[in-house]
Design a protein around this ligand. Structure first.
Ligand code: ZN
Length: 151
């Protein structure tokens, strides 16, 4: 495994719409492994492929230690409720803002074996699903957040 460089605000990779993964190759497996290592080394709870300069629809999430969620071509298929909480991003260091997100979010995706999975998360996990999937469409939390310095 290898630690990858995290792209920061201003890098154009963060503003691109990513393409779906067409075939889950060993290269995709290596990328997933490297993304998990990179996320952990940066003490993050989620990382999307464009944050490491790869414009593909892949995210990793770990909001509970040891429970890594890997999502390939994820889509939100249901959401409900609302929450407002503070959010940050490894690509926007040292800045935090309050966002409104659904309280419960269901995503459908492929796992690393190409099997379709459906996961429902609440609270922090629901927020992570929204935040990371937004990255795949070139969106950042600062686009919708009330930033700490504005309050
Ligand atoms: Zn982020």
């Amino acid at each position: 495994m290898a630690k990858l460089q995290i792209r920061k605000l201003g890098d154009e990779a963060l503003r691109k719409v990513c393409r779906p993964v067409e075939a889950i190759t060993p290269r995709v497996h290596r990328l997933l492994d490297d993304m998990v290592e990179t996320m952990r080394a940066a003490n993050g709870c989620g990382l999307a492929a464009p944050q490491v300069g790869i414009l593909r629809r892949i995210v990793v999430i770990e909001v509970e230690e040891g429970q890594v969620i890997e999502l390939i071509n994820p889509k939100i298929v249901a959401f409900s409720g609302e929450q407002e909480a503070e959010e940050g991003c490894l690509s926007v260091p040292n800045r935090w803002g309050t966002t409104k997100r659904p309280m419960h979010v269901t995503v459908r995706a492929l796992d690393r074996n190409g099997k379709e999975i459906e996961l429902t998360g609440s609270d922090l996990l629901a927020r992570a699903f929204c935040h990371e999937l937004d990255h795949l469409d070139g969106k950042l939390f600062i686009d919708i957040a009330k930033m700490a310095e504005d309050q």
